[in-house]
Design a protein around this ligand. Structure first.
Ligand SMILES: NC(=O)c1ccc[n+]([C@@H]2O[C@H](COP(=O)([O-])OP(=O)(O)OC[C@H]3O[C@@H](n4cnc5c(N)ncnc54)[C@H](OP(=O)(O)O)[C@@H]3O)[C@@H](O)[C@H]2O)c1
Length: 237
């Protein structure tokens, strides 16, 4: 058996980097991704239309023609204030939707078509967010909408292709200790926000990575369509 290959988007930092380490430790080959080319990392800026297709083609070539799993992890968490100009607000909305949802949809579509054409199974793992269920701050309508859309897309894929062995799993982290969360915690008063998390702390990227690895490697097929929460009980559905 050749070494199985997984494409992890947003692998340069945070949850993506921790997931890469977890998957590599389990013997998988990881094809990484970030905005810019680097060692073992394919550069593709999802803010640019067509970037996801370029990434998929490059990853497929690098893999030798077979990708076994895709982790849709890349994401942007940027404030979009209600009182921005109409133009700036729409721009912010469209950029976040393109990076956090459209690129994941394009990659999922290409992966599903790849697995259907090969008549093989495959796994999608989507890193969504607690915001997709709970909503987010007034400056983050777009972020919550993108993550809610990702969850709906994931469920649709799971229902559509389970019979062909194409499985889809989603993860909804709460605050996780990465650059993204640092900005947010600082802007919201840090310690006060932690008081809203019964566990008393934010998640570590390695905790989310352990769930990514579980979904990619271990989760039973019957779990396809599931959404796994990891938020210290700050939002219990
Ligand atoms: N941290 C949290 O509190 C938290 C909570 C819930 C959900 N999440 C979700 O978890 C995922 C990972 O978050 P994180 O905290 O680990 O993020 P992070 O540390 O900020 O890293 C973001 C990753 O996404 C990539 N990325 C950002 N903008 C991109 C673009 N325009 N095109 C292509 N790639 C882009 C970055 O690549 P570069 O290095 O090239 O910029 C980086 O690899 C995201 O989907 C996020 O929404 C995070």
């Amino acid at each position: 058996m050749s070494q199985p290959t997984v494409l992890v988007t947003g692998s340069t930092r945070g949850i993506g980097a921790a997931s890469t380490a977890a998957l590599t430790a389990r013997g998988w080959r990881v094809i990484g991704h970030g905005r810019k080319d680097a060692d073992g990392v394919i550069g593709a800026d999802f803010a640019q239309p067509g970037a996801a297709a370029v990434l998929w083609d490059a990853a497929l070539e690098m893999s030798g023609g077979r990708i076994d799993a895709v982790v849709n992890n890349a994401g942007l968490f940027a404030a979009n204030p209600l009182d921005a100009s109409d133009f700036a607000w729409l721009d912010g909305w469209e950029e976040t939707l393109r990076i956090n949802l459209t690129a994941a949809a394009e990659l999922s579509r290409m992966a599903v078509r790849h697995w259907l054409a090969q008549n093989s199974g495959g796994r999608l793992v989507h890193v969504a967010s607690r915001a997709g269920y709970r909503g987010d701050s007034p400056a983050h309508w777009h972020y919550a909408a993108a993550k809610g859309g990702m969850i709906a897309m994931h469920k649709t894929i799971a229902r559509g292709y389970a019979a062909q062995g194409i499985l889809s799993y989603a993860i909804c982290p709460g605050f996780t200790d990465t650059a993204m969360a640092d900005d947010y915690l600082a802007s919201r008063g840090g310690a006060a926000l932690l008081a809203d998390i019964p566990l008393g702390r934010v998640a570590e990227p390695e905790e989310i990575a352990a769930i990514v690895a579980f979904c990619t490697l271990d989760a039973p097929p019957s779990m396809t369509g599931t959404v796994i929460d990891a938020n210290g009980a700050s939002y219990v559905r």
